[in-house]
Design a protein around this ligand. Structure first.
Ligand code: AGP
Length: 620
């Protein structure tokens, strides 16, 4: 089993060269964030199939290749692995080989034990405990019968239960790479005299921005001059070509010490780009990707947001805005809970899936469940060509660009921005806001990128505080109204980046128990609503700050410019520009992201690839 992996395939024309291996290794480098506890490559050379694989980070494989290089070749496949079963060992690393065939795999073959038993019955022996090696045996057997790698793939995939992206090469077809996908990502990169495959476009973006998304249950055969796509029955399938709208540079660190630092710095652009091109000349919202009948949207009586982790907190922010603007009840459900609690959803429910990767299996399964119940489904996703948009009735892409760091930052702001657009679109459609009100809110939204930049420009002090607090054992986060999901997200960031126990609470919940946690010196972040909004909200949160300060808490307050009421009770005040109450999460979360990132750096941790985490959780 190998999950959330990096997968790269390459086939080029002309005599054998070092290019296939170079392209694959460079692609794996870019994909390493997706999973990193072992890595391997296979190359088809003039003398046949050659393979190298090593446990540990990609650098281990690179030095192995330095010590004993593989010969030049014409086709190559490569894989970085984040394992769940079958430890990260050389033997369990991919590719898995049988005869002259090599295969790499992302996902879980759930019936592999049965298949393995049948093969062992027939005398096959296995070198690893992985499901992928079973696929290698099956593919090689099928190849020996058919003499064709595509046909062999077709015969095998229909025997597999579970989720998989597979890439295979065979020494007898030196200019062919065959891929197949079921519930797991695979995209094609279209080159000149060469073609690419990858688990996402980051794998080949340095070589081409022409991509092709593959649909569910499709097989792709690439040669240097052709890309053929069929379904599992062998019928030709029509894959859609698109141009990737960011370049290789965007996927590099651009001089920052980590992808996370770069991605936080990119946040104004992520918000601005997500707003781009979504209003017409008259200033009305046009969300043409929303291919759901207006009559269906008008008839919606409930919205259910399904997401996980950070994306779920974006959903919570969306709830406040959409309920206020559209007067539709919005439930926010953790996708992995939603599907198993017999939720009440039907054709009058709009299910909104939020996902940066577009591959989170929990969220994908929730979307499938919702569609089975007859609900319209709309996804807010950052990764083009991913699975969740393909299985939704409509998609509202965020345009945050590639988010390489495992912990999500700029995508969170982009998700919130897209959710605001959705809310305003529904309010415009259903008439709960007048067109001039929608237009006015769009003006306020368009002012947000500059305000995010202002918060970034003020980040020195929060970085300094973070460095001082590097040894802190635990931090609490309080927020109210839209500040509550911000507090939850601030806690998650600190957990996943600095491995510090952190907990977010609704500020009003404090006196119902959590205040017992307050002791002298306990750091508490408090996200304060604008005093210009609902006054009672603001005054209640100021009282909360007083209560915890009286018990010795170190109060770290996020408050807007001009809010002097917090000063007497705050050890530190981090200022954010004034903005409408509902839009404040775009600003209030930024100091919390910076705090977590800086504290993790201060602890010498790998902020881009935190322990135990992977960028896209493509298993349930
Ligand atoms: C975010 O910092 C976390 N790494 C994680 O909670 C993530 O938000 C969650 O797994 C959902 O991922 P998705 O947005 O790609 O669906």
């Amino acid at each position: 089993m190998a999950l959330m992996c990096g997968i790269v395939g390459y086939v080029g024309s002309g005599p054998v060269s070092a290019r296939p291996l170079q392209v694959v290794m460079e692609g794996l480098q870019r994909l390493e964030y997706r999973g990193y506890d072992s890595a391997g490559v296979a190359v088809i050379t003039d003398t046949g199939l050659q393979m190298a694989k090593k446990a540990g980070k990609l650098v281990n494989l690179a030095s192995r290749l330095q010590d004993s290089p593989l010969e030049p070749g014409t086709a190559a496949i490569g894989h970085t692995r984040w394992a769940t079963h079958g430890g990260p060992t050389d033997g369990n690393a991919h590719p898995h080989v049988h005869g002259d065939l090599a295969v790499i795999h992302n996902g879980i073959v759930e019936n592999f034990a049965t298949l393995k038993a049948e093969l062992m019955e027939a005398g096959d022996e296995f070198a690893s405990e992985t499901d992928t090696e079973v696929v290698a045996h099956l593919l090689d057997r099928a190849y020996q019968e058919t003499g064709d790698l595509t046909e062999a793939m077709r015969q095998v995939v229909v025997c597999l239960d579970g989720t998989f992206t597979l890439l295979a090469v065979h020494a007898s077809q030196p200019s062919v790479v065959v891929g197949a996908r079921h519930d797991s990502p695979l995209v094609v990169g279209l080159g000149d005299g060469e073609n690419f495959l990858g688990s996402d476009v980051v794998a080949f973006i340095a070589h081409t921005n022409r991509a092709m998304e593959l649909g569910q249950d499709e097989i792709v055969t690439i040669t240097p001059t052709s890309v053929d796509v069929t379904d599992f029955a062998g019928r030709p399938a029509q894959a859609r070509e698109y141009i990737v709208d960011w370049d290789a540079k965007a996927a590099e660190k651009g001089g920052f010490r980590s992808f996370m630092d770069k991605e936080i710095a990119d946040e104004p652009q992520a918000v601005a780009d997500t707003l781009l091109g979504r209003t017409d000349m008259a200033g009305s919202l046009v969300l043409d990707e929303i291919r759901i009948e207006e009559s269906v949207l008008r008839a919606v009586t409930k919205i259910v947001v399904v997401a996980c982790g950070t994306a779920a907190y974006a959903g919570h922010v969306a709830k406040y805005a959409i309920e206020h603007w559209c007067r539709i009840p919005v439930e926010v459900e953790l996708a992995h809970e939603f599907r198993y609690r017999d939720p009440v959803v039907d054709e009058r429910t709009l299910v909104v899936a939020i996902s940066q990767s577009g591959e989170t299996m929990d969220t994908l399964m929730a979307v499938r469940y919702a569609r089975e119940q007859g609900s319209a489904t709309l996804s807010i996703v950052n990764t083009h060509g991913s699975t969740i948009p393909r299985e939704s009735d409509a998609v509202l892409y965020t345009h945050a660009g590639p988010e390489i760091a495992v912990a999500s930052t700029k995508a969170f702001l982009a998700q919130i921005t897209a959710a605001y657009l959705l809310g305003l679109y529904l309010a415009q459609l259903r008439g709960t806001l007048f067109p001039d009100e929608v237009a006015a809110k769009l003006v306020e939204l368009r002012a947000m990128p500059d305000k995010v930049q202002t918060v970034l420009d003020r980040s020195d002090r929060v970085k300094q505080i973070a460095r001082w607090m590097a040894d802190t054992p635990t931090v609490l986060f309080l927020g109210r109204h839209v500040g509550y999901p911000v507090a939850m997200e601030g806690a998650l960031k600190l957990k996943e980046l600095a491995y510090i126990h952190a907990e977010g609470f609704a500020a009003g919940e404090l006196k119902h128990g959590p205040i017992a946690l307050i002791e002298p010196g306990q750091p508490v972040f408090v996200v304060v609503p604008s005093p210009r909004g609902r006054h009672s909200l603001h005054s209640k949160v100021v009282s909360n700050i007083q209560e915890i300060r009286a018990r010795g808490a170190r109060t770290l307050v996020i408050a807007e410019d001009g809010d002097e009421a917090v000063v007497p009770f705050a050890d530190q005040v981090f200022r954010i520009p004034q903005c409408p109450t509902l839009l404040a999460p775009l600003l209030a979360v930024v100091p919390l992201q910076i705090f977590a990132c800086e504290l993790a750096h201060a602890k010498g941790l790998d902020v881009d690839q935190p322990r135990n985490l992977a960028k896209s959780v493509t298993v349930e």
